[in-house]
Design a protein around this ligand. Structure first.
Ligand code: GLY
Length: 425
C-alpha cells in the first residue's frame, strides 16, 4: 500500500511513524509535512487546502490511500475530491465534517440522536450578548462557533472575562456559542467510523490549558496520556453505545454518513458521558500517545475505514502499559508564538521515547528552528503512567528551545490516582 498523509503537525508525524510500522505499507508521502516527517517519508510542499494539488499529488504518487489529518481540508471537501478521483480516502466528506465545522449542525444531530450535551445558544449580535450571558454561568463557556484550533474557547467563572471574549469574537465577525458548563473529568474517545460501524480506539485525556494545574488560557493541547486508569473498562462501551453509534446512525439517516475518525470529547459527569464537542479527525496531541500503544497495522485499519469494510477488519490490538505526550511550545504560545529559535537536542535516539515534530522548519544552514506554537512533542511509553512520565520528562529536559515551555503535570493527577468519576445520579 502507498499512503499519502496530508498535514504538517505532530499528529501527522505520529501517523507517518505508525504507518511505517505496518509491513503492508510500502511507501509513505506527506504534504506538506515537516522536517521530522521528512526523515521518514517523502515530503512535498503541497497546499493541503487545494483539492487540485492534493489530487494531482495523490495521482502522481500512485496513492492507494490518502489520509487527511487536519480539520480545515476536511471541512473544505478535500476528501470528496480525492474520492471523486477514484482514490480511497480516510476522512469525512465536507458535509459530514460539519460535525466539527458547524457547532449548530453538531447540536442538531446530537439533539435528534438523543445524545447528552451542554445546553447552548448562538449569539451573533453584540446587543444580545449580555442577556444571553445572564442565561448561563457561572461557570461561563464561551466558544468561537467556527474552527479555532482549540484556542477559541474561554471557560471562566469571571463574567467580565466571558463578556470580553464574546465581544472580541463578535467584533471579528465570528458568531459566539455559549454553553452550560459540563462538570466531570474529560475523555477523548477516537472512533473509526464507516457509516454505522464504530470501532473505538483507546480512551485518552488531553490537557488543554497552558499552565500546570489547568491554569491560564486554552491551547490546542499541551499533552495527553492513555489509557485512563480511572475510567472503568465498561465506560468505553457505554460511550460507543450512547453517544457515537447514535450520532453515526443519525448522520447516515440524514444521508451524510460519516467515514473516518469521529472524535468524541466528553465530560464524565453525574449523569454519565456528556458531549463537550465532536471533531471530524484524529485529536492532537492525544493521537501521538494512542498510536504509540497500537499493536495492529494502522494502514489496514485506515484502509478498511476508507473503503467501507471496517465491519470485517480485525479489531485493533494494544500494547500493555501507558503512553504520554508532552508538548514543547514556543515563547508566547498560545498568543502569537515567537518563531525562528534554534532547537537542539531533539535528534538523539532513546529507548521508549520519540520526538515528534509539530511547528518546526529547517533553516538554510540546516539548523532546526521553531516555526509554530506547538513545536515538538515528546512521546514516551512505560509499564505504567509513572514510568512513561519519567521517560518523557527526562527526554524533554534534554531539548533546548529558547523561550520554550511545557507543562510538568501531564498525566500526574491520574498517576497519583487523584481522578475519579462522580457518583451517578
Ligand atoms: N486535542 C484537542 C483537539 O485535537 O482538538
Amino acid at each position: 500500500m502507498r499512503v499519502l498523509v496530508i498535514g504538517s503537525g505532530a499528529r501527522e508525524h505520529a501517523l507517518v511513524v505508525a504507518l511505517r510500522r505496518d509491513p503492508a505499507v510500502r511507501a509513505v508521502c506527506a504534504a506538506p509535512g515537516n522536517p521530522g516527517i521528512a526523515q521518514q517519508a517523502d515530503v512535498r510542499p503541497v497546499d493541503p487546502t487545494s483539492a487540485e494539488s492534493v489530487v494531482a499529488l495523490a495521482t502522481e504518487f500512485k496513492a492507494d490511500l490518502v489520509v487527511i489529518g487536519p480539520e480545515v481540508p476536511l471541512v473544505l471537501g478535500i476528501a470528496d475530491a480525492v474520492r471523486s478521483a477514484g482514490i480511497a480516502c480516510f476522512g469525512p466528506s465536507a458535509a459530514a465534517a460539519r460535525i466539527e465545522g458547524s457547532k449548530a449542525f453538531a447540536k442538531d444531530v446530537m439533539g435528534a440522536a438523543g445524545v447528552c450535551t451542554a445546553r447552548s445558544e448562538i449569539v451573533d449580535h453584540p446587543g444580545e450578548l449580555d442577556a444571553a450571558l445572564d442565561r448561563f454561568g457561572p461557570t461561563w463557556v464561551v466558544k468561537d462557533d467556527g474552527l479555532a484550533a482549540g484556542k477559541g474557547v474561554v471557560v471562566t467563572a469571571d463574567r467580565s472575562a466571558a463578556r470580553d471574549h464574546g465581544a472580541e469574537l463578535l467584533e471579528q465577525g465570528h458568531p459566539v456559542l455559549l454553553e452550560s458548563f459540563l462538570d466531570g473529568p474529560e475523555v477523548s474517545l477516537f472512533c473509526l467510523v464507516d457509516g454505522e460501524t464504530v470501532v473505538p480506539l483507546l480512551p485518552a485525556q488531553d490537557h488543554k490549558r497552558i499552565g500546570d494545574g489547568d491554569t491560564g488560557p486554552n491551547t490546542g493541547g499541551m499533552g495527553a496520556y492513555t489509557p485512563l486508569p480511572w475510567l472503568p473498562a465498561e465506560s468505553v462501551a457505554e460511550i460507543v453505545d450512547t453517544v457515537v453509534k447514535p450520532v453515526a446512525a443519525e448522520m447516515a439517516q440524514r444521508d451524510v454518513p460519516f467515514s473516518g475518525l469521529l472524535y468524541a470529547g466528553l465530560a464524565m459527569g453525574q449523569a454519565g458521558p456528556a458531549v463537550v464537542e465532536f471533531n471530524c479527525r484524529f485529536g492532537d496531541p492525544e493521537t501521538q500517545a494512542v498510536l504509540a500503544l497500537l499493536d495492529s497495522p494502522l494502514g489496514a485499519l485506515l484502509h478498511a475505514t476508507a473503503t467501507g469494510t471496517l465491519a470485517r477488519a480485525e479489531a485493533p490490538r494494544w500494547k500493555d502499559g501507558a503512553a504520554i505526550t508532552v508538548v514543547l511550545s514556543a515563547e508566547n504560545y498560545p498568543g502569537r508564538p515567537r518563531t525562528g529559535d534554534v532547537i537542539t537536542g531533539a535528534d538523539t535516539v532513546e529507548p521508549d521515547t520519540e520526538v515528534l515534530h509539530g511547528g518546526t522548519a529547517q533553516r538554510a544552514d540546516g539548523a532546526l528552528i521553531s516555526a509554530g506554537g506547538r513545536v515538538l512533542n515528546v512521546v514516551a511509553t512505560g509499564a505504567d503512567l509513572s514510568e512513561a512520565r519519567a521517560r518523557a520528562y527526562a527526554r524533554i529536559a534534554g531539548i533546548k528551545l529558547p523561550g520554550g515551555h511545557y507543562r510538568t503535570d501531564i498525566g500526574l493527577a491520574a498517576a497519583e490516582a487523584r481522578i475519579s468519576l462522580p457518583a451517578r445520579v
